[in-house]
Design a protein around this ligand. Structure first.
Ligand SMILES: Cc1cc2nc3c(=O)[nH]c(=O)nc-3n(C[C@H](O)[C@H](O)[C@H](O)COP(=O)(O)OP(=O)(O)OC[C@H]3O[C@@H](n4cnc5c(N)ncnc54)[C@H](O)[C@@H]3O)c2cc1C
Length: 409
């Protein structure tokens, strides 16, 4: 069996087209310092990418596999794989929207909602943030308390959300709110697309340890139109399930890149330790190879899920397994990096001696913070147990564009 991707002549030509375009259109100083993530972007870099994303979207390269009729690329998984590889190589900053809104609307949105809410996100004209967590409901998402009350054709919202990721200002927020406080858990939520700014909706920012900006939102009688409800009045749990299925890793990644691992191997190969490279030290060599294997296992989970998703295979524990393993291995590899690099791994980008311009230190922080979003390590284990049928409660994977048969995955 061969796990390598093979590309046709046409696909290699497409790769060249993408590579040449990025070379000509993305100056070095605009490339991400942190792989594809958007941590700590200076204002001028953020503005550059806001405009560039619109151009990439118009070429069909920003959201390649999603339907063309709503502003996606209408391209194949092979195109997406090539684009992911080239974007990673060129350190392209990814779209600022929480892209999870896309599969959610593809599965649950009405035609009108797809045109109104999905198309502007796919075209990078509007930015969407994921509006799920509340002070009392992180892991226990079903314990959401923020309310949505019907008033004529409108809904009136009150409550608060926290730890919402995003740089710049959003145009819309998407997430569940309580529509029936008397109904049992999981049957008491509606799922809404909320315009920002709106009267009565306040946003406050906080910096996380990782350098990510995090937002807190406060809703005080925020009025939104009836057409902002996605799915039925009490279907919010099922709609949110689609968002979470993808967030947990159910779509996989065609080309997961682990820059921290590449840097660690480079450091082991090149750094001098008592006249030898670090890689020649028998103890440190063991640690570096443990980090390498951890990373490779995660790559295999990610690629397997990507293949299963594109092949429209039924999935169960696979997304959460990918998420859980990813979170754990990054923390383990951060420990290994400290063993290998010593105090150098803790020098930040203000110190000229910092390896990889401080990226090694940034990894120490982001690997810890990254254990939380979209469900912690423990929560992913709970989901896996439910799905393989050894838990008190049992559950199946939520609907995704892959399994619900919509066009464009
Ligand atoms: C970097 C970052 C980005 C984020 N981005 C977003 C975003 O864009 N939008 C959004 O809505 N939210 C976002 N979040 C919030 C995130 O989803 C929550 O932090 C997460 O769901 C955990 O909730 P909590 O922080 O309230 O922890 P808690 O739920 O209070 O959990 C505390 C601890 O208890 C453990 N625990 C809880 N329940 C169980 C259980 N049943 N079994 C075993 N252990 C359990 C947890 O694993 C954890 O270790 C983000 C968080 C971070 C850190």
């Amino acid at each position: 069996m061969d796990f390598r991707y093979h590309y046709t002549k046409e696909q290699e030509e497409f790769r060249k087209e993408v590579r040449d375009w990025l070379k000509a259109n993305v100056p070095d100083e605009m490339r991400s310092r942190h792989g594809g993530s958007f941590q700590d972007l200076p204002e001028h870099v953020y503005k550059f990418w806001r405009e560039k994303h619109k151009v990439l979207a118009a070429k069909g390269w920003l959201y390649p596999t999603y339907p063309k009729e709503y502003g996606g690329g209408g391209l194949s998984a092979n195109h997406e794989t090539i684009l992911t590889e080239e974007f990673e190589r060129a350190r392209v900053v990814r779209g600022f929207s929480m892209g999870l809104i896309i599969p959610t609307l593809l599965v649950w949105g009405s035609e009108e909602q797809k045109r109104k809410f999905l198309a502007p996100v796919l075209k990078a004209e509007k930015i969407a943030f994921q509006f799920f967590t509340e002070p009392q409901s992180g892991s226990d998402l079903a314990g959401i308390q923020s309310r949505a009350v019907r008033d004529g054709d409108d809904w009136v919202l009150s409550g608060q959300k926290c730890f919402i990721t995003g740089q710049g200002d959003p145009d819309v927020l998407f997430g569940p709110l309580v529509t029936d406080p008397n109904a049992p858990r999981h049957r008491n939520l509606g799922f809404f697309i909320i315009p920002f700014p709106s009267k009565g909706l306040e946003m406050k920012r906080q910096n996380l340890l990782s350098g990510h900006e995090s937002c807190f939102f406060f809703m005080d009688n925020v009025r939104i139109p009836g057409g902002a409800l996605v799915g039925g009045d009490h279907q919010g749990w099922q709609v949110a399930g689609t968002t979470l299925e993808i967030e947990h890793g159910g779509r996989g990644i065609a080309f997961p890149r682990d820059e921290a691992l590449s840097n660690l191997i480079k450091y082991s190969r090149e750094s001098n330790h008592n006249g030898h490279t670090i890689g020649e030290d028998p103890i440190l060599q063991q640690k570096a190879m443990e980090a390498l294997i951890n990373s490779r296992i995660h790559t295999l989970f990610s690629k397997r899920n990507y293949w299963m998703y594109q092949a429209r295979q039924e999935m169960s524990y696979h997304g959460s397994q990918n998420s859980m393993y990813g979170k754990v291995f990054r923390m383990v590899n951060a420990d290994l990096a400290r063993d290998i690099m010593g105090m150098n791994s803790l020098l930040d980008d203000r110190d000229p001696r910092a390896p990889f311009e401080g990226k090694a230190e940034a990894y120490q922080r982001s690997s810890l913070v990254g254990a939380h979003p979209g469900g912690t390590v423990e929560v992913q284990k709970v989901i896996i147990a439910r799905r393989i049928g050894i838990s008190r409660t049992r559950e199946r994977a939520a609907a995704t564009p892959s399994t619900s048969g919509v066009s464009g995955v």
